[in-house]
Design a protein around this ligand. Structure first.
Ligand SMILES: [Cu+2]
Length: 232
């Protein structure tokens, strides 16, 4: 008995299997365009600078457009205009500021001091007309808080390229797509400005806060941030 017999696999040639690509590319959905990116963001707006104000915001963002946005706020300085914006910076914290950002330690966070936290303006939420950052202090086109309250809504606001948003290119330019992608990912910060620190009923230069660091033609009370919330 041959214990060492081996099973011979006689002479079978190795089969060569050739995989032939038929050239089928990836299946393109949506007629060859990339799929729409749509998201609904909400923000709870909390007071800054002891304003006592609060609010909520909701935004429906599709691709590079805000299809609809609503802002509701209360407890603001009555009968006064309130600049409001979406802030964002590629190199910002994408958060609301705290007293840690009060770089001159005067107890107020002015708009510029808040930029490391919330970034520059990328969308200006005016009531009519242009909504690019160029309109960020056009106080005639912002909501006025009757009795300290306002409700704002607007449709079809396009994102635009914005310089100074902290991207690596020249001037820190962010493209509309880069900025919109980040806003949809929850990095935009909604800020409402304007608070009457001393409660004398108006924004004025004679109060200790003086003129705005943004525009000497406006009192600081008109531009300091009053409420803030991250759009997530
Ligand atoms: Cu702002």
């Amino acid at each position: 008995m041959n214990r060492n017999s081996k099973l011979a696999i006689g002479g079978a040639a190795a089969a060569v299997i050739t995989v032939v690509s038929l050239g089928a590319g990836p299946v393109l959905a949506n007629n060859g365009k990339s799929p729409d990116k749509s998201v609904t963001l909400t923000a709870v707006l909390s007071e800054l600078n002891g304003s006592g104000a609060s609010g909520t915001a909701t935004a429906v963002v599709k691709n590079q457009k805000i299809e609809h946005i609503e802002v509701h706020a209360e407890g603001l300085t009555p009968d006064a205009p309130h600049a409001q914006h979406i802030h964002y910076g590629n190199d910002a914290l994408n958060e609301c500021p705290t007293l840690a950002q009060d770089s001159n330690r005067d107890g107020r966070i002015n708009t510029v001091e808040g930029i490391p936290a919330y970034g520059p303006v990328v969308v200006s939420l005016n009531t009519t007309g242009d909504t690019t950052p160029a309109s960020f202090l056009d106080v005639a086109r912002f909501p006025v808080s009757r009795d300290g309250t306002f409700s704002y809504s607007r449709d079809n606001i396009e994102f635009t390229d914005v310089a100074g948003t902290g991207y690596p290119g020249a001037g820190g330019l962010g493209t509309a797509k880069q900025i919109a992608d980040s806003i949809r990912e929850g990095e935009g910060v909604l800020v409402i400005h304007g608070l009457d620190y001393d409660g004398n009923g108006t924004y004025n230069f004679s109060d200790p806060e003086g003129a705005s660091e943004l525009n000497g033609a406006l009192p600081a009370e008109a531009t300091d941030p009053a409420v803030c919330g991250v759009l997530r």
